[in-house]
Design a protein around this ligand. Structure first.
Ligand SMILES: [Zn+2]
Ligand SMILES: [Zn+2]
Length: 322
């Protein structure tokens, strides 16, 4: 693959390598009357930094030429190199509440990771898996640059990227305050991890999450479906045009999964980890264990809020169809 591929007028896709199953995150380099900007930044590994510098170099751009960076959400493959770009002179912009969460998550205390590990144990994750999950998560955190300052944008704001106005669209679900950018002038949606072409975004419940992330996600899918989008630039996978069809597919996928979760709780009380292992029989590493359990919990919460399942307190907590 060439390093930078033109995907929309004045926009190049930069494929940055990831040391996890996803393999690649797409950053988008935007050229406009105001210079250069970037959407998402990659996990900070030596390979990814090299790939970023090389791809910029293809367009004769230096790291220090990037004036602004928009980070769609807190995940390490998106925010990882934002600090490097900031130190090179860029202004980093994020949806405000997501930026605050980034500070708590990656601020170096591991406070949230510890809270999540205790919570997962309370949902039946075996001790050794939980320990590995925690270690793997902290190792990811070490690939996130320290961030000095982040400019906060609000939902609905028009922000300037390289002299091109972009609308900030809050799209909760994948994370609580994930935001897409919509370029109304040409119908381009910078989708982050909200709508991906080949895989479904991980929808996860954590102790600090908003009440019902799956309901948030389905609502945010319907919201972007109503926008006049001509082209989606996703953070993983190739750009695509038929947003409505993909949104409908994703909504169906979650309907099927919800039905399956209901089945797995019918007539027996089970902890979330046991349900998770029926839903996801193959989990290849500690990251996948975490995503799978958090995804199962998001589906259980959705069903609980609609009185289809109920949680029975205990350690581990158990779930049963209502
Ligand atoms: Zn993500
Ligand atoms: Zn991602």
């Amino acid at each position: 693959m060439t390093l930078g591929i033109a995907v929309a007028p004045g926009v190049r896709l930069i494929a940055l390598p990831l040391p996890i199953a996803l393999r690649i995150i797409n950053a988008y380099l935007i050229e406009g009357p105001g210079g250069w900007a970037l959407v998402d930044t990659g996990l900070h590994t030596e390979e990814a930094e090299h790939a970023l510098r090389s791809a910029l170099g293809e367009s004769s751009v230096e790291l220090s030429d990037v004036a602004r960076v928009f980070v769609t959400h807190v995940h390490p493959d998106h925010i990882g190199m934002a600090g490097t770009l900031e130190r090179a002179g860029a202004e980093v912009v994020m949806h405000g509440p997501e930026a605050e969460h980034a500070r708590r998550l990656w601020g170096g205390t591991n406070e949230l990771i510890d809270i999540a590990a205790r919570w997962f144990a309370g949902h039946g994750m075996p001790r050794d898996v939980d320990d590995q999950m925690r270690e793997a998560w902290m190792a990811m955190g070490r690939r996130v640059d320290p961030l000095a300052e982040i400019e906060h944008a609000a939902d609905g704001d028009a922000i300037d990227l390289a002299g091109r106005p972009m609308r900030v669209v809050w799209t909760p679900g994948h994370t609580d305050h994930h935001a897409c950018l919509f370029d109304e002038s040409d119908g381009t949606l910078y989708g982050g991890d909200h709508v991906l072409p080949h895989i479904t975004s991980n929808i996860s419940l954590y102790p600090w999450s908003r009440d019902d992330p799956l309901a948030d996600f389905l609502g945010a899918l319907r919201a972007v479906r109503r926008l006049p989008v001509k082209r989606v630039l996703p953070a993983h996978g190739e750009p695509f045009d038929d947003l409505a069809a993909r949104v409908d597919e994703l909504a169906r996928h979650h309907e099927v999964r919800l039905e399956r979760v209901r089945e797995l709780t019918r007539g027996r009380e089970r902890d979330a980890y046991a349900i998770c292992r029926d839903l996801f029989p193959v989990l290849r590493n500690a990251h996948e264990e975490r995503f799978a359990l958090a995804e199962t919990l998001a589906h259980l919460r959705y069903l609980e809020r609609r009185a289809k399942v109920r949680e029975i307190a205990g350690r581990p907590a158990r779930w049963v169809a209502a």
